[in-house]
Design a protein. Sequence first.
Length: 309
Amino acid sequence: MALFIAYVVIGAGLSYIRGGSFLTPDRIAVLLLAGAIMLGRGKAFVRDWGPFLLLLFGYELMRGVADNMTNLGAYSANDHGRILVQSLIDGDKALFFGHIPTLWLQDRLYTPGVTHWYDTGAALIYMLHFVLPLAFGFALWLRDRTMFRRFVVMLLAMSYGAFVFFLLVPAAPPWLAADWGYIDGVDRPSYQAYKAFLPHRWENYDTFRLWTRASPNPVAALPSLHAAFPWLVLLIACTTFRWWGLLLVPYNIGLWFSVVYLSQHWAVDVLAGIVWATAIWAFFMWIYVWRHRTEPGLPEPAPYPADSR
Protein backbone atom coordinates (compact mmCIF):
# COMPACT_ATOMS: atom_id res chain seq x y z
CA MET A 1 0.00 0.00 0.00
CA ALA A 2 2.81 2.41 0.85
CA LEU A 3 4.50 1.70 -2.48
CA PHE A 4 1.23 2.31 -4.32
CA ILE A 5 0.70 5.65 -2.58
CA ALA A 6 4.27 6.66 -3.43
CA TYR A 7 3.67 5.62 -7.02
CA VAL A 8 0.53 7.79 -7.30
CA VAL A 9 2.26 10.77 -5.69
CA ILE A 10 5.27 10.48 -8.01
CA GLY A 11 2.96 10.08 -11.01
CA ALA A 12 1.00 13.17 -10.03
CA GLY A 13 4.21 15.14 -9.57
CA LEU A 14 5.56 14.12 -12.97
CA SER A 15 2.22 14.97 -14.57
CA TYR A 16 2.44 18.44 -13.07
CA ILE A 17 6.11 19.05 -13.91
CA ARG A 18 6.03 17.69 -17.47
CA GLY A 19 2.53 18.61 -18.56
CA GLY A 20 1.65 21.53 -16.34
CA SER A 21 -1.50 19.83 -15.07
CA PHE A 22 -2.72 17.72 -12.23
CA LEU A 23 -4.39 14.36 -12.64
CA THR A 24 -7.58 14.36 -14.68
CA PRO A 25 -9.75 11.20 -14.85
CA ASP A 26 -8.18 9.95 -18.09
CA ARG A 27 -4.67 10.43 -16.69
CA ILE A 28 -5.65 8.62 -13.51
CA ALA A 29 -6.86 5.64 -15.57
CA VAL A 30 -3.58 5.49 -17.51
CA LEU A 31 -1.58 5.76 -14.28
CA LEU A 32 -3.54 2.92 -12.66
CA LEU A 33 -3.20 0.77 -15.78
CA ALA A 34 0.56 1.29 -15.71
CA GLY A 35 0.61 0.30 -12.05
CA ALA A 36 -1.42 -2.84 -12.77
CA ILE A 37 0.96 -3.80 -15.60
CA MET A 38 3.96 -3.38 -13.30
CA LEU A 39 2.24 -5.70 -10.83
CA GLY A 40 1.63 -8.26 -13.58
CA ARG A 41 -2.16 -7.73 -13.54
CA GLY A 42 -2.64 -5.71 -16.72
CA LYS A 43 -5.18 -8.08 -18.32
CA ALA A 44 -7.18 -8.35 -15.11
CA PHE A 45 -7.24 -4.55 -14.86
CA VAL A 46 -8.61 -4.16 -18.38
CA ARG A 47 -11.25 -6.84 -17.71
CA ASP A 48 -12.36 -5.52 -14.32
CA TRP A 49 -11.88 -1.78 -14.82
CA GLY A 50 -12.81 -1.38 -18.50
CA PRO A 51 -16.62 -1.36 -18.09
CA PHE A 52 -16.38 0.73 -14.92
CA LEU A 53 -14.23 3.45 -16.52
CA LEU A 54 -16.36 3.56 -19.67
CA LEU A 55 -19.51 4.04 -17.60
CA LEU A 56 -17.82 6.62 -15.39
CA PHE A 57 -16.55 8.64 -18.35
CA GLY A 58 -19.98 8.25 -19.96
CA TYR A 59 -21.53 9.81 -16.89
CA GLU A 60 -19.15 12.76 -17.11
CA LEU A 61 -20.11 13.36 -20.75
CA MET A 62 -23.80 13.10 -19.87
CA ARG A 63 -23.40 16.03 -17.50
CA GLY A 64 -23.17 18.19 -20.61
CA VAL A 65 -26.44 16.69 -21.84
CA ALA A 66 -28.12 17.78 -18.62
CA ASP A 67 -26.69 21.25 -19.09
CA ASN A 68 -28.05 21.49 -22.64
CA MET A 69 -31.48 20.29 -21.58
CA THR A 70 -31.53 22.82 -18.75
CA ASN A 71 -30.82 25.51 -21.37
CA LEU A 72 -29.26 27.89 -18.90
CA GLY A 73 -28.56 30.52 -21.54
CA ALA A 74 -32.27 30.96 -22.26
CA TYR A 75 -32.97 32.47 -18.86
CA SER A 76 -32.93 36.22 -18.38
CA ALA A 77 -31.21 38.06 -15.54
CA ASN A 78 -34.45 38.02 -13.55
CA ASP A 79 -35.99 34.73 -14.66
CA HIS A 80 -34.19 31.49 -13.88
CA GLY A 81 -37.09 29.16 -14.55
CA ARG A 82 -37.05 25.95 -12.57
CA ILE A 83 -33.45 26.29 -11.37
CA LEU A 84 -33.32 26.19 -7.57
CA VAL A 85 -31.68 29.26 -6.05
CA GLN A 86 -33.67 30.96 -3.30
CA SER A 87 -34.77 27.70 -1.70
CA LEU A 88 -31.11 26.69 -1.28
CA ILE A 89 -30.29 30.04 0.30
CA ASP A 90 -33.24 29.61 2.67
CA GLY A 91 -32.12 26.08 3.47
CA ASP A 92 -28.63 27.18 4.45
CA LYS A 93 -30.03 29.99 6.59
CA ALA A 94 -32.39 27.57 8.33
CA LEU A 95 -29.52 25.22 9.15
CA PHE A 96 -27.11 27.90 10.34
CA PHE A 97 -29.28 30.31 12.31
CA GLY A 98 -29.79 32.86 9.57
CA HIS A 99 -26.25 32.71 8.19
CA ILE A 100 -25.08 31.54 4.76
CA PRO A 101 -21.96 29.42 5.44
CA THR A 102 -20.17 30.45 2.24
CA LEU A 103 -20.56 34.14 3.09
CA TRP A 104 -19.70 33.54 6.74
CA LEU A 105 -16.47 31.70 5.87
CA GLN A 106 -15.35 34.13 3.18
CA ASP A 107 -16.02 37.14 5.40
CA ARG A 108 -13.64 35.72 7.99
CA LEU A 109 -11.04 33.87 5.91
CA TYR A 110 -10.88 35.21 2.38
CA THR A 111 -8.56 38.12 1.49
CA PRO A 112 -8.67 39.32 -2.15
CA GLY A 113 -5.19 39.23 -3.65
CA VAL A 114 -3.74 37.11 -0.84
CA THR A 115 -3.41 33.33 -1.13
CA HIS A 116 -3.58 31.72 2.30
CA TRP A 117 -2.53 28.15 2.99
CA TYR A 118 -6.16 27.11 3.38
CA ASP A 119 -7.02 28.64 -0.01
CA THR A 120 -4.44 26.39 -1.63
CA GLY A 121 -5.48 23.42 0.51
CA ALA A 122 -9.14 23.84 -0.38
CA ALA A 123 -8.34 24.06 -4.09
CA LEU A 124 -6.15 20.94 -3.93
CA ILE A 125 -8.81 18.94 -2.07
CA TYR A 126 -11.39 19.99 -4.63
CA MET A 127 -9.14 18.68 -7.40
CA LEU A 128 -9.06 15.21 -5.80
CA HIS A 129 -12.71 14.64 -6.73
CA PHE A 130 -11.85 11.68 -8.99
CA VAL A 131 -8.43 10.85 -7.60
CA LEU A 132 -9.67 9.59 -4.22
CA PRO A 133 -12.40 7.16 -5.38
CA LEU A 134 -10.29 5.76 -8.22
CA ALA A 135 -7.16 5.38 -6.08
CA PHE A 136 -9.22 3.78 -3.30
CA GLY A 137 -10.90 1.53 -5.86
CA PHE A 138 -7.50 0.42 -7.13
CA ALA A 139 -6.27 -0.41 -3.63
CA LEU A 140 -9.53 -2.27 -2.98
CA TRP A 141 -9.18 -4.14 -6.28
CA LEU A 142 -5.69 -5.32 -5.33
CA ARG A 143 -6.97 -6.64 -2.00
CA ASP A 144 -10.55 -7.80 -2.49
CA ARG A 145 -12.15 -7.93 -5.93
CA THR A 146 -15.57 -8.77 -4.47
CA MET A 147 -15.69 -5.55 -2.49
CA PHE A 148 -14.22 -3.69 -5.46
CA ARG A 149 -17.15 -4.77 -7.64
CA ARG A 150 -19.63 -3.73 -4.97
CA PHE A 151 -17.91 -0.36 -4.63
CA VAL A 152 -18.08 0.13 -8.40
CA VAL A 153 -21.80 -0.68 -8.49
CA MET A 154 -22.50 1.76 -5.66
CA LEU A 155 -20.38 4.54 -7.17
CA LEU A 156 -22.02 4.24 -10.59
CA ALA A 157 -25.54 3.95 -9.16
CA MET A 158 -24.90 7.03 -7.04
CA SER A 159 -23.52 9.01 -9.99
CA TYR A 160 -26.22 8.11 -12.52
CA GLY A 161 -28.95 8.57 -9.92
CA ALA A 162 -27.62 12.05 -9.18
CA PHE A 163 -27.55 12.78 -12.92
CA VAL A 164 -31.30 12.21 -13.08
CA PHE A 165 -31.75 14.62 -10.19
CA PHE A 166 -29.53 17.22 -11.90
CA LEU A 167 -31.71 16.86 -14.97
CA LEU A 168 -35.05 17.15 -13.20
CA VAL A 169 -34.12 19.60 -10.44
CA PRO A 170 -31.22 21.84 -11.53
CA ALA A 171 -29.68 23.84 -8.70
CA ALA A 172 -27.37 26.86 -8.80
CA PRO A 173 -24.22 26.95 -6.62
CA PRO A 174 -23.39 30.01 -4.48
CA TRP A 175 -21.09 31.61 -7.06
CA LEU A 176 -23.86 31.50 -9.68
CA ALA A 177 -26.42 32.81 -7.20
CA ALA A 178 -24.04 35.72 -6.60
CA ASP A 179 -23.68 36.31 -10.35
CA TRP A 180 -27.45 36.45 -10.61
CA GLY A 181 -27.72 38.93 -7.75
CA TYR A 182 -29.34 36.72 -5.11
CA ILE A 183 -26.50 37.27 -2.63
CA ASP A 184 -23.65 39.77 -2.31
CA GLY A 185 -20.07 39.38 -1.20
CA VAL A 186 -19.35 35.90 -2.62
CA ASP A 187 -16.02 35.53 -4.43
CA ARG A 188 -14.07 32.69 -6.05
CA PRO A 189 -11.00 31.98 -3.85
CA SER A 190 -9.98 29.23 -6.27
CA TYR A 191 -8.92 31.79 -8.89
CA GLN A 192 -5.98 33.12 -6.89
CA ALA A 193 -5.26 29.73 -5.30
CA TYR A 194 -4.53 28.11 -8.65
CA LYS A 195 -2.16 30.92 -9.56
CA ALA A 196 0.00 29.78 -6.66
CA PHE A 197 0.69 26.31 -8.02
CA LEU A 198 -0.46 26.05 -11.64
CA PRO A 199 1.66 27.22 -14.59
CA HIS A 200 1.13 30.73 -15.90
CA ARG A 201 -0.89 29.55 -18.88
CA TRP A 202 -3.39 27.97 -16.49
CA GLU A 203 -3.62 30.81 -14.04
CA ASN A 204 -7.20 31.67 -15.02
CA TYR A 205 -8.52 28.17 -14.38
CA ASP A 206 -10.94 27.76 -11.53
CA THR A 207 -12.46 24.81 -9.72
CA PHE A 208 -15.50 24.64 -11.98
CA ARG A 209 -13.80 24.69 -15.38
CA LEU A 210 -10.93 22.44 -14.31
CA TRP A 211 -13.12 19.34 -14.11
CA THR A 212 -15.90 20.21 -16.56
CA ARG A 213 -14.16 21.07 -19.83
CA ALA A 214 -15.94 18.23 -21.64
CA SER A 215 -19.14 18.24 -19.62
CA PRO A 216 -19.97 21.65 -18.18
CA ASN A 217 -23.08 21.83 -16.02
CA PRO A 218 -23.05 24.77 -13.62
CA VAL A 219 -26.47 23.88 -12.18
CA ALA A 220 -25.58 20.42 -10.82
CA ALA A 221 -25.13 21.51 -7.22
CA LEU A 222 -27.71 19.34 -5.40
CA PRO A 223 -26.79 16.75 -4.22
CA SER A 224 -23.06 17.41 -4.03
CA LEU A 225 -21.17 14.49 -5.54
CA HIS A 226 -17.99 16.13 -4.28
CA ALA A 227 -19.32 15.30 -0.82
CA ALA A 228 -20.94 12.00 -1.82
CA PHE A 229 -17.82 10.40 -3.37
CA PRO A 230 -15.51 10.58 -0.32
CA TRP A 231 -18.37 9.73 2.05
CA LEU A 232 -19.08 6.55 0.08
CA VAL A 233 -15.36 5.75 0.14
CA LEU A 234 -15.41 6.18 3.93
CA LEU A 235 -18.42 3.88 4.31
CA ILE A 236 -16.86 1.18 2.13
CA ALA A 237 -13.54 1.56 3.94
CA CYS A 238 -15.26 1.10 7.31
CA THR A 239 -17.19 -1.87 5.93
CA THR A 240 -14.01 -3.51 4.68
CA PHE A 241 -11.28 -2.35 7.06
CA ARG A 242 -13.33 -1.58 10.17
CA TRP A 243 -11.99 1.30 12.25
CA TRP A 244 -9.20 2.07 9.79
CA GLY A 245 -11.83 3.61 7.56
CA LEU A 246 -12.30 6.42 10.07
CA LEU A 247 -8.94 7.79 8.96
CA LEU A 248 -10.91 9.29 6.07
CA VAL A 249 -13.01 11.46 8.37
CA PRO A 250 -10.55 14.41 8.32
CA TYR A 251 -10.51 14.34 4.52
CA ASN A 252 -14.30 14.45 4.40
CA ILE A 253 -14.40 17.38 6.79
CA GLY A 254 -11.78 19.17 4.71
CA LEU A 255 -13.85 18.53 1.60
CA TRP A 256 -17.00 19.95 3.19
CA PHE A 257 -15.09 23.09 4.12
CA SER A 258 -13.53 23.36 0.66
CA VAL A 259 -16.67 23.15 -1.46
CA VAL A 260 -18.55 25.60 0.76
CA TYR A 261 -15.67 28.04 1.17
CA LEU A 262 -14.86 28.00 -2.55
CA SER A 263 -18.55 28.82 -3.26
CA GLN A 264 -19.04 25.62 -5.25
CA HIS A 265 -21.80 24.18 -3.03
CA TRP A 266 -24.29 25.17 -0.37
CA ALA A 267 -24.22 23.39 2.97
CA VAL A 268 -27.54 21.74 2.06
CA ASP A 269 -25.85 20.35 -1.08
CA VAL A 270 -23.19 18.74 1.11
CA LEU A 271 -25.79 17.30 3.49
CA ALA A 272 -27.79 15.95 0.55
CA GLY A 273 -24.65 14.34 -0.88
CA ILE A 274 -23.92 12.60 2.42
CA VAL A 275 -27.52 11.37 2.69
CA TRP A 276 -27.50 10.19 -0.93
CA ALA A 277 -24.25 8.25 -0.51
CA THR A 278 -25.44 6.69 2.74
CA ALA A 279 -28.74 5.65 1.16
CA ILE A 280 -26.96 4.01 -1.79
CA TRP A 281 -24.52 2.20 0.50
CA ALA A 282 -27.28 0.99 2.85
CA PHE A 283 -29.50 -0.18 -0.02
CA PHE A 284 -26.84 -2.24 -1.76
CA MET A 285 -25.41 -3.64 1.47
CA TRP A 286 -28.93 -4.76 2.36
CA ILE A 287 -29.14 -6.50 -1.04
CA TYR A 288 -25.79 -8.23 -0.52
CA VAL A 289 -26.73 -9.38 2.98
CA TRP A 290 -30.11 -10.64 1.73
CA ARG A 291 -28.48 -12.53 -1.16
CA HIS A 292 -25.95 -14.08 1.20
CA ARG A 293 -28.74 -15.37 3.43
CA THR A 294 -30.87 -16.70 0.59
CA GLU A 295 -28.03 -18.04 -1.56
CA PRO A 296 -25.51 -19.92 0.59
CA GLY A 297 -22.02 -19.98 -0.83
CA LEU A 298 -21.86 -16.33 -1.88
CA PRO A 299 -18.97 -14.26 -0.48
CA GLU A 300 -19.48 -12.61 2.87
CA PRO A 301 -21.18 -9.20 2.49
CA ALA A 302 -18.61 -7.40 4.62
CA PRO A 303 -15.19 -9.08 4.31
CA TYR A 304 -12.50 -7.82 6.67
CA PRO A 305 -8.76 -7.86 6.04
CA ALA A 306 -8.30 -11.23 7.70
CA ASP A 307 -11.01 -12.79 5.49
CA SER A 308 -10.15 -11.29 2.14
CA ARG A 309 -6.84 -12.81 1.24
